[in-house]
Design a protein. Structure first.
Ligand SMILES: [Zn+2]
Ligand SMILES: [Zn+2]
Length: 180
């Protein structure tokens, strides 16, 4: 996910490069379990100070259902819309002062390589639900025998979730709704 932007940095403001991206992201983050490559489009646009990255990306990751603990594939789509800043002047080779809004994830290195990995990791993480559900009406695990109620009817059809856990379940449901 690295682009050499030396030619683009020499270009005029507004000049744009368009790329198709297809990248394995197994190594991106130990907590993210991708089931497919990362796919999508990337536009690199020369700005006054640097390069604006506009990307539209999608992949499928494996998540664990917060109610029944089953693992399932979750297709997700997210965007990157961030400006990257050079650390070295492309014409003189002099070290450049960094704008206040620049952070380590959005710096172009001394070899004029723009690396999308860290911003992708951050934006993909934000696109994933905090309390994933394998389906909207997931029945969860039986609080008595622990069986997955989506697959089996157990002998405790009316067993209610322990009220202490019910409160937790509400919170999980709520955060799940607000993250979708
Ligand atoms: Zn579930
Ligand atoms: Zn049961």
């Amino acid at each position: 996910m690295r682009y050499n932007v030396s030619q683009l940095l020499k270009g005029h403001v507004g000049e744009t490069r368009h790329y198709q991206l297809q990248n394995e992201i197994a190594e991106l983050d130990p907590t993210i379990r991708p089931l497919t490559a990362l796919n999508g489009t990337v536009d690199l646009i020369r700005t006054n100070e640097g390069i604006l990255v506009r990307a539209n990306l999608y992949t499928t990751v494996e998540l664990t259902c917060s109610r029944c603990l089953t693992e399932f594939g979750f297709p997700t789509r997210f965007e990157i819309d961030d400006e990257f800043y050079p650390t070295i002047d492309i014409l003189t080779g002099a070290r450049l002062p960094l704008p206040a809004e620049a952070d380590a994830a959005t710096l172009i290195d001394a070899h004029h390589l723009l690396d999308l990995s860290e911003i992708t990791r951050q934006d993909l993480t934000l696109a994933l639900p905090l309390a994933p559900l394998c389906r909207n009406n997931c029945q969860g695990l039986c609080p008595i025998c622990g069986k997955n109620r989506n697959n089996t009817a157990c002998e405790h059809p009316n067993a209610e979730i322990d009220p202490r856990f019910a409160k937790l379940q509400d919170l999980l449901d709520e955060s799940n709704r607000s993250s979708q």
